[in-house]
Write a protein that binds this ligand. Structure first.
Ligand code: ATP
Length: 235
């Protein structure tokens, strides 16, 4: 077991955003959290990366994350690629990517990881000297994923990687995420696009109003009548 979340709750003042959420991610697994706007998906990922205080159990490789500050969670092998990308638009592609490796001193391995990011997203090599603010939305998302990979995560948290991106680039990005998994990185991805999530993930949890409802393999949920009607638009 890589990540274990038990009875996780988050409140913003009086508003409950997550209520007793339990889920798990095994080593090398690709897990998606599906749910509509405001369901609590971003809050869940922020709680796991300790950017958001929470109550309940968070264990990574058996060790509690709750006592740790966010930067220590990165050191444990969890990198978060947040919604809205949070890049530095005035800095170049290469500088943004290297910011993902700021905690690391293993220079040769950092170079090898940069090569891997360039193989995943060749356009980032071509555009290395370009300032990020002038890239397309899809290319910026590639930089954001690449920056998270530069932390060499065992678990990559991805918050809605396809939001606001043209269909062609979306397919490219999801295929790249599958290749990241094939290279041995586990993935926990929040996503609203049910069709894409069910296509690429091994297992899916459905989050609605801060609580986990259905969960199961992508094949199981893809043939579930409720999921087909509510998320896939099939009558
Ligand atoms: P989206 O897909 O729209 O990003 P989400 O599933 O990621 O939605 P969250 O962003 O986690 O949902 O939000 C869950 C709930 O918590 C929402 O009702 C939201 O308005 C609320 N919320 C999120 N962040 C804050 C905050 N900083 N302060 C107060 N309420 C918040």
């Amino acid at each position: 077991m890589l990540l274990e979340v038990r009875e996780l709750s988050v409140a913003y003042g009086k508003a409950v955003a997550l209520e007793n959420v339990s889920l798990e991610v095994r080593a090398g697994e690709f897990v998606a959290v599906l749910g509509p706007n405001g369901a609590g998906k971003s809050t869940l990922l922020k709680a796991i990366s300790r950017a958001q205080p929470s109550s309940g159990t968070l264990r990574f490789r058996g060790e509690s994350l709750q006592p740790l500050p966010a930067h220590a969670v990165v050191g444990k092998g969890i990198c978060h690629c947040p919604e809205g990308r949070r890049l530095f638009p005035e800095l170049t592609v290469i500088k943004n990517l290297m910011l993902g490796a700021w905690l690391r001193s293993d220079r040769a391995a950092v170079e090898a990881d940069l090569d891997q990011v360039h193989r995943l997203f060749p356009v980032l090599k071509e555009r290395g000297a370009q300032v990020v603010g002038t890239l397309s939305g899809g290319q910026q998302q590639m930089v954001a994923i690449g920056r998270a990979l530069m932390g060499r995560p065992a678990l990559l948290l991805l918050d809605e990687p396809s939001v606001g991106i043209a269909h062609r680039l979306k397919v490219e990005i999801f295929d790249a995420i599958k290749r990241i998994q094939a290279n041995g990185t586990a993935i926990l991805m929040a996503e609203q696009d049910a069709q894409s999530a069910l296509r690429v993930a091994d297992r899916v949890y459905v989050l609605e109003h801060g609580q986990v409802g259905r969960s199961g393999s992508s094949a199981e949920l893809g043939s579930d009548d409720y999921i087909r009607q509510a998320y896939l638009g099939v009558n």
